[in-house]
Design a protein around this ligand. Structure first.
Ligand code: FES
Length: 120
């Protein structure tokens, strides 16, 4: 089980358990399940409304998470949160190159993470 802490300057922090390993549950789905008000729009990785910042709880290492999918790459590039060089390195390292993620696309893994929202 993973512990996911949602943090926002506008709301009280909330930590919830996530069943990791399903390889299907997104950060946004977990937030909705626990009534955590992360903004969202398309839910398909196109609009960028669900942008969040993800970090490991101890702050020492980048979260494992999965590499960004093509929709995240496109949205984060358009939003200026990732460079072409970072994308190329991601395919070498096989880990996300940035803390910026789309909540509707990031699949929860077996790691304790901090999700900060809103991101603006
Ligand atoms: Fe549109 Fe996530 S809700 S990109």
């Amino acid at each position: 089980m993973a512990l996911i802490t949602f943090s926002s300057p506008m709301h009280k922090d909330k930590t919830v358990y996530a069943v990791a390993g399903s390889h299907t549950q997104t950060i946004l789905a977990l937030a909705k399940e626990h009534h955590i008000p992360i903004d969202f729009g398309c839910q398909e990785g196109n609009c960028g409304t669900c942008l969040v910042k993800v970090s490991s709880v101890d702050g020492k290492r980048r979260p494992m998470g999965g590499p960004l999918n093509v929709r995240e790459v496109a949205a984060l590039t358009e939003l200026g949160h990732i460079t072409k060089a970072q994308v190329e390195q991601m395919y070498v390292d096989d880990i996300p190159p940035t803390q910026w993620r789309l909540a509707c696309q990031m699949i929860i893994r077996d790691e304790d993470i901090l999700v900060e929202y809103p991101s603006k």
